[in-house]
Ligand binder design. Structure first.
Ligand SMILES: CC(C)(COP(=O)(O)OP(=O)(O)OC[C@H]1O[C@@H](n2cnc3c(N)ncnc32)[C@H](O)[C@@H]1OP(=O)(O)O)[C@@H](O)C(=O)NCCC(=O)NCCS
Length: 181
């Protein structure tokens, strides 16, 4: 399903919709792969996205007025919970609050799926992302040791812990003033 976004958040001053969210399809994978490779040192493979589509996870792309993909998220439903696996915004449009629009969509999708808890993993070194999640209402619950592939200062392969963050879906919706349809 498509999450409902507040038109004010996505509109230009002229009133045209600047961004929209729609389900990711196989036709989006070239664009998604390009963005993924541009923003992560250890990107998801194209196969990871294709598998997410096959598994019918919630996968949506954020598109501009020309239907160019400029962000995306993938979330895996579980029993009364939703696991946000990937949320990404293309470099040219980072810093415009688009992550909040996608987090809103994930929160609304979670409620529509009757998920009570939303959780995610993030690299502690990704301070911008951690700050965004904290401000959005996520709180740290634990660390997974050596979860992510990483590289040390000399470029040698190593591992990085994951910070696991979580939030009650109802709390997030209330904080953001979002009402499910
Ligand atoms: C993290 C990410 C999803 C945030 O999306 P976004 O749409 O750029 O974020 P927002 O515009 O909502 O930014 C929210 C805040 O974070 C800051 N911010 C976000 N990305 C930043 C960056 N790369 N550098 C500096 N500040 C950044 C914004 O300036 C803003 O701060 P402010 O509200 O104090 O002005 C996006 O930057 C991204 O895709 N980064 C690379 C991939 C990634 O780290 N994904 C998350 C993995 S868990």
């Amino acid at each position: 399903m498509n999450a409902r976004l507040r038109p004010d958040d996505m509109a230009t001053p002229a009133g045209q919709l600047a961004y929209a969210l729609r389900p990711m399809t196989a036709a989006d994978l070239d664009a998604v792969e390009r963005i993924e490779n541009a923003i992560y040192d250890f990107p998801w493979s194209r196969g990871n996205f294709a598998d997410s589509l096959t598994a019918q996870y919630h996968a949506q792309v954020l598109t501009d007025a020309a239907d160019t993909v400029c962000g995306y998220f993938v979330a895996m439903p579980g029993v009364e919970e939703m696991h946000l696996l990937n949320i990404s915004v293309a470099p040219p449009v980072q810093g415009q609050g688009l992550s909040l629009l996608m987090l809103d969509a994930v929160a609304l999708l979670s409620r529509a799926d009757s998920a009570l808890l939303l959780w995610l993993e993030v690299r502690p070194s990704n301070v911008h992302a951690v700050r965004i999640y904290e401000r959005y209402g996520f709180y740290p619950i634990t660390r997974r040791r050596d979860y992510y592939p990483a590289a040390d200062a000399q470029g040698r392969p190593c591992r990085e812990d994951a910070l696991v963050m979580s939030a009650q879906v109802g709390d997030l919706l209330a904080r953001r003033g979002l009402r499910p349809a």
